[in-house]
Design a protein around this ligand. Structure first.
Ligand SMILES: *[C@@H]1O[C@H](CO)[C@@H](O)[C@H](O)[C@H]1NC(C)=O
Ligand SMILES: *[C@@H]1O[C@H](CO)[C@@H](O)[C@H](O)[C@H]1NC(C)=O
Ligand SMILES: *[C@@H]1O[C@H](CO)[C@@H](O)[C@H](O)[C@H]1NC(C)=O
Ligand SMILES: [Zn+2]
Length: 230
């Protein structure tokens, strides 16, 4: 016991304590892409909820878009995806997993725009950026690293999700990225992008006093939000 406490104290003294949690200022122009462009794509990740699920306020409000920024700095949409656990009964279909699955289907569609072979599709991810409106869980962060994405950009943090009542595995994406150095690819992580617009999608579920996302209103018993029909 004494030994482990001493060892911990020793290691703590050697580690650069602050460095692990430092992320770049979300408004910077990283890899030649400006903040207004990042904000545009993060808004599209929010919009994917309405586009795919038909409502801006599904309970599991996790949306993803996958974009090619190497074609142009403004970027080209390849595919989108949202959390489909309750729709499909497949508990692994978080928004990021749905989007990766969707992009693979779109890239390899023999009648589609890309008509890639499986191996070309696997390689294509090295050019792409994944935007998700909330920080990926360890499963999705690992899938993002396995896919070899060029960039990974998230909005609302896991810390915020936990503070606001969500059940989450308490491991930030940066930890998955830090542990992925044996993989053949590098991936740039950017966090907390446009949280003033992504957070509201996640703050109403466990707080009956929080306003519903735009386009939704409280159900009559006040416990949930639903799309308002205009
Ligand atoms: C992304 O853009 C690059 C550069 O234009 C292009 O070579 C590549 O095929 C594009 N990838 C996809 C999946 O469209
Ligand atoms: C796949 O992506 C396309 C293009 O963004 C989108 O129109 C479609 O709804 C997505 N499908 C699923 C199942 O997410
Ligand atoms: C959210 O903040 C960004 C700057 O970080 C700003 O450009 C954007 O307009 C803000 N959104 C709203 C709805 O105020
Ligand atoms: Zn996930």
């Amino acid at each position: 016991m004494h030994f482990s406490i001493c060892l911990f104290t020793l290691l703590a003294g050697l580690l650069p304590a602050a460095l692990a949690v430092v992320l770049a200022d979300p408004t910077l122009m990283i890899n030649g892409v400006t903040f207004p462009t990042r904000a545009h794509w993060m808004r599209q990740a929010n919009e994917a909820l309405s586009e795919i699920s038909g409502s801006p306020c599904p309970f599991a409000a996790f949306g993803t878009v996958i974009v090619n920024h190497t074609a142009s700095d403004t970027g080209e949409l390849i595919c989108m995806g949202v959390n489909e656990n309750s729709k499909t009964g497949n508990p692994s279909l978080h928004g990021e997993m749905s989007a990766i699955k969707n992009c693979t289907a779109i890239l390899t569609d023999p009648h589609g725009k890309y008509r890639m072979t499986a191996s070309e599709a696997e390689d294509a991810f090295a050019d792409l950026t994944l935007y998700t409106n909330a920080e990926s869980c360890p499963m999705c962060a690992s899938a993002i690293r396995w896919a070899g994405f060029r960039e990974y950009v998230y909005g609302t943090s896991i810390d915020t999700l936990i503070q606001k009542g969500w059940g989450q595995i308490r491991m930030p994406s940066i930890q998955i990225f830090e542990a992925s150095f044996d993989l053949p690819t590098q991936s740039r992580l950017m966090g907390n992008i446009l949280i003033n617009e992504t957070d509201p999608y996640f703050l109403w579920q466990y707080d009956p006093t929080y306003p519903c996302p735009h386009g939704c209103s409280r159900t009559s018993d006040g416990t949930s939000c639903e799309a308002s029909f205009l």
